[in-house]
Write a protein that binds this ligand. Structure first.
Ligand code: ZN
Length: 417
């Protein structure tokens, strides 16, 4: 069987045919070249208006990289034509296997983008002996296509979240759809300012915004204000995941401060290696962490008291009735305020200030599990980490849409991977 036969089976075009196939030796490494030519009597297409037009002249041969075969790079070689378009003038023709000046065939780009969902871009580049930039452009193409063709109707629930990027110096604002059975990343914006978030609403449009029923966020003030202003009709919920995250941060602060103090005062370093036993829920602790924790609990430390307060709050989310939940929350906040543990008091204060929004969680009948935003948040963090090759915001943005956007893909006649 010939390579041509396989190509005609899986990658066929109406107006073009595959011709000669050969090995080419380049500096001791062989690659495969496949000549492509236009079918006789077929008309070239204007790249500007996509209409057939009369031939003007021929340009140079161009190489288009296709999916490598058994370790050999594969190129289509084609003599590009120019057309004399009645509407656009003299234009380069449009070919169905590639776009614009791109050196990679669209199929190869989709192939790389497919792997870039499973591996880091660097690993994809290494595996297929191509460059990081080419993988980037491949993913960018697929993402752009997906963004243009995605469906945005019927969205009723959104969540907004921020993640640190570039070792914590910069933030990104992420907006997720969190409708039951339909969760995905909808939008990425630079920074976490009011301005950023307002840009989301401009993109999303008035009509779709009016149709929103639920909006989840954390206690970040710019987000809260913008949601109030733009989507006031939606039930605004401060979600559990973000509140727990805030408490964990406070505990971390208490522990670090107390450990420092104990060291200064010459006490035994009790709090060493205690970080994870305090942050994880007790049912997820390893045996060693559990032993460490029960050891710690014997001491009257600020850290221990903060930990117990945090654990108590888990009971809050179990309530069914918003009224009882409110009573619980009030009592809990009072206890925290009396504890004199500053970082915890700070969280309790902002929880008091946002009590109605926290209680909306019960009005939404817990429709959104804390797991939804948390899961998406974790995935986003992994993606930006993988993305460490990314020096630009554009790179991170594209990677996030690619892995979390559930975007539709350009249609392919044959599945190459
Ligand atoms: Zn034209």
């Amino acid at each position: 069987m010939q390579l041509k036969t396989i190509l005609n089976e899986c990658h066929k075009f109406k107006s073009f045919v595959y011709d000669q196939v050969r090995f080419v030796d380049q500096g001791g490494r062989k690659h495969i070249e496949v000549d492509v030519r236009a079918r006789r009597n077929s008309r070239a297409i204007c790249s500007s208006c996509s209409q057939p037009a009369p031939l003007y002249d021929r340009l140079n041969k161009r190489h288009f990289e296709f999916i490598p075969l058994w370790g050999y790079a594969v190129f289509f070689v084609y003599l590009m034509r120019r057309v004399q378009c009645p509407t656009c003038g003299v234009k380069v023709e449009q070919v169905p296997w590639a776009r614009g000046k791109c050196e990679l065939t669209a199929t190869y780009q989709q192939f790389l983008a497919h792997w870039a969902k499973k591996l880091s871009w660097k690993e994809v580049a290494l595996s297929f002996r191509t460059s990081w930039e080419k993988v980037f452009h491949a993913v960018e193409y697929v993402v752009q296509w997906g963004l243009e063709h995605r469906e945005l109707s019927g969205i009723t629930a959104l969540g907004v979240d921020e993640i640190a990027w570039r070792k914590g110096h910069k933030y990104l604002t992420l907006v997720y759809q969190i409708d039951a059975g339909s969760t995905r990343l909808l939008w990425v914006g630079k920074d976490r300012t009011t301005k950023t978030f307002l840009r989301f609403f401009r993109f999303f449009g008035k009509e779709r915004t009016q149709a929103l029923k639920f909006f989840c966020s954390d206690m970040w003030q710019p987000y809260i204000r913008v949601i109030e202003k733009r989507a006031g009709q939606a039930l605004h919920i401060l979600d559990r995941f973000h509140i727990v995250a805030k408490l964990n941060k406070a505990i971390d602060e208490v522990r670090a401060g107390e450990a420092r103090q104990m060291q200064q005062d010459g006490y035994e370093p009790l709090l060493k290696h205690s970080r994870w036993c305090l942050l994880k829920r007790w049912e997820h602790l390893t045996e060693r962490q559990e032993a460490k924790l029960s050891d710690l609990l014997q001491y009257n430390l600020k850290t221990v008291r903060a930990y117990l307060l945090k654990e108590d709050l888990h009971g809050f989310w179990e309530y069914v009735s918003p009224a009882w939940a409110e009573k619980f929350l009030d009592r809990w906040c009072t206890r925290v305020m009396r504890s004199k543990i500053e970082p915890m008091k700070k969280v309790a204060k902002s929880m008091r200030a946002h009590k109605p929004l926290i209680l909306n969680w019960f009005k939404a009948k817990k429709a959104f599990s804390a797991g939804i935003v948390e899961g998406l948040n974790n995935k986003a963090k992994v993606t930006t980490r993988n993305a460490y090759g990314f020096r630009t915001y554009r790179g991170v943005e594209i990677a996030l849409y690619h892995t979390l956007g559930k975007l539709p893909e350009p249609p392919m006649a044959h599945r190459f991977c």
